[in-house]
Design a protein. Structure first.
Length: 122
């Protein structure tokens, strides 16, 4: 909400450090959403201004859990496979953007977010 009562898109940042990266493996970003109402979730990796998101849900959700202050609505689960070549040694950032504004009831309710590394090979 901006001062003139305008609802605008928003971006969350998840910062994390990696010491070693499996450049040939796929990392898995698990996104569990407890609710969504006429929303979209876009994922960008290390570049918040990338023209195209690494992943998008497209338009999702028609429940009213946010409007009724509920704890959950229709559950959504996404597994986003991220090539190790998109990550860097040191600090990385995952940008989660909800690009649709205009209403206090458009949005996403997160359950959990987890990044899994590729399976270890011996």
């Amino acid at each position: 909400l901006v001062g003139n009562r305008t609802y605008v898109p928003t971006t969350w940042q998840i910062l994390f450090d990696l010491k070693d990266i499996d450049q040939t493996g796929d990392y898995t970003l698990q996104l569990a959403l407890a609710s969504a109402t006429t929303a979209e979730l876009q994922v960008r990796i290390n570049d918040p201004n990338a023209e195209r998101p690494y992943f998008t849900t497209g338009l999702i959700g028609k429940d009213n859990a946010i409007a009724r202050h509920g704890i959950h609505g229709l559950y959504w689960m996404y597994s986003v496979y991220i090539s190790g070549s998109h990550l860097q040694t040191g600090t990385n950032t995952i940008f989660l953007t909800q690009p649709r504004g205009g209403s206090p009831f458009k949005g996403i309710m997160y359950d959990y977010i987890r990044l899994e590394q590729p399976p270890q090979t011996n």
